[in-house]
Design a protein. Structure first.
Length: 172
C-alpha cells in the first residue's frame, strides 16, 4: 500500500502569528524530517494550504498565505488549497490520492483542534489508513486549555481514527 505525507497549513500566517503556536521550531524540524523521509522513500508529499477570508492571516495574496520556507513544496509536489478545516471537502484531494494509488496517509501540521482533527477524521471516513504524527502537529493556547493539553487530548481522541505515532517512528 502506497503512503503519502499530508503537511497541513504550515503557513507563514500560522507560524508568524503574534500568539505563536506551541514549539514552532520543533514542529518545523519534525515536519522537515518527515518530508525528507517521505521523499527518500519515493512517497508523495502533499501540501495543504488554507485560504482564509479577506483580512484574515491566511488570505490569498498575503504573506501569511505562503507555506513556510522550511517546509515549502519541492518542484512537482502537489499543493491543495482549501477554505474549510476538511482538506477533502471541495478540493479534489481524494481523487488525486486515488489516482496516485495512495491507501495510507501520514498527517502532520497545523492546527491540531481544527484542520488536523477534521482531516484525520475525513481521511478515515474516506477509507484511508491514517497515521497521525503525534509530535508533528501544533496549535495555540485557547481560553480553556494550553496548547500541550490540546495536542495531548487530540492524540488520545484521534486514536480511534488513526495510528497515533511519534514522527521518528513513521515509515513510508
Amino acid at each position: 500500500m502506497s503512503t503519502a505525507l499530508l503537511v497541513i497549513d504550515v503557513q507563514q500566517g500560522m507560524l508568524l502569528n503574534p500568539l505563536r503556536p506551541y514549539r514552532p521550531e520543533e514542529l518545523l524540524a519534525r515536519l522537515r524530517a518527515l518530508q525528507d523521509c517521505a521523499r527518500a522513500e519515493g512517497s508523495p508529499v502533499i501540501h495543504v494550504q488554507h485560504a482564509g477570508g479577506e483580512g484574515e492571516p491566511l488570505s490569498r495574496g498575503t504573506s501569511g498565505f505562503a507555506i513556510h520556507p522550511v517546509v515549502a513544496p519541492k518542484p512537482g509536489e502537489e499543493v491543495v488549497v482549501k477554505d474549510r478545516c476538511d482538506a477533502f471537502l471541495g478540493t479534489g484531494l481524494d481523487a488525486r490520492l486515488r489516482a496516485l494509488g495512495i491507501g495510507r496517509l501520514v498527517i502532520a501540521g497545523m492546527q491540531t483542534e481544527y484542520c488536523i482533527d477534521t482531516t484525520t477524521r475525513a481521511a478515515f471516513a474516506h477509507g484511508y489508513k491514517v497515521a497521525l504524527a503525534s509530535d508533528a502537529h501544533s496549535t495555540f493556547d485557547s481560553s480553556v486549555l494550553k496548547a500541550p493539553e490540546i495536542i495531548a487530548h487530540h492524540n488520545v481522541v484521534l486514536h480511534d481514527f488513526a495510528q497515533v505515532i511519534d514522527s521518528a517512528a513513521v515509515k513510508f
